[in-house]
Design a protein around this ligand. Structure first.
Ligand code: UDP
Ligand code: MG
Length: 165
């Protein structure tokens, strides 16, 4: 079956983007959506989730040995605000999404990036984006594993946004 992250390097490539609880409290959901929509990317999945500790620990499994891991899992999963989980589709969306988000530490995020515009602390950096095709596959299946949660559709006017000629 087709990968949940689409086909790498084509216009069907997909990435997992999430506004984290601090970003939700701060009213940044619409700003994140606006940037990806304006760029020309297509929203194919969206939901509010309070992730279980187990889901959060799986999502961040590569960071399990880090000193900030427990605090990170607490703030993601304690339910003080949901995570707004999204899947975005389009050309090079995984790498471009990371560039739009900015460096992990907002004090190193370039002005104009989401973190560089709205954040000052690595522990409250507002947004997540998959860092590779393999991460996108893992994260989309973790957060959107159920059939029917991702929608295949054609954006009106997409011929004015994407062409290979
Ligand atoms: N994080 C943190 N302290 C650190 C590094 C990371 O609290 O010193 C948190 C932060 O929320 C970050 C997340 O852990 O977004 C995942 O870290 P990663 O290195 O994967 O950064 P990202 O992919 O989010 O840019
Ligand atoms: Mg990461």
């Amino acid at each position: 079956s087709k990968s949940l992250a689409g086909v790498k390097g084509t216009e069907t490539e997909r990435t997992f983007i999430a506004v984290k609880p601090d970003g939700v409290h701060r009213g940044l959901v619409h700003k994140v959506i606006e940037r990806f929509e304006n760029r020309g990317y297509k929203l194919v999945g969206l939901k509010a989730v309070v992730p279980s500790r187990q889901l959060t620990e799986e999502h961040y499994a590569d960071l399990k040995s880090k000193p900030f891991f427990k605090g990170l899992v607490d703030y993601m999963s304690n339910g003080e605000a949901p995570v707004i989980a999204m899947v975005w589709e389009g050309p090079d969306v995984i790498k471009q999404g990371r560039a739009m988000i900015g460096a992990t530490n907002p004090l190193q995020s370039a002005p104009g990036t989401i973190r560089g515009e709205y954040c000052v602390s690595v522990g409250r950096n507002a947004i997540h984006g998959s860092d590779s095709f393999e991460s996108a596959e893992k994260e989309i299946s973790l957060w959107f594993g159920k059939a029917g949660e991702l929608i295949d559709w054609k954006r009106s006017g997409s011929e004015w946004v994407i062409s290979n000629n």
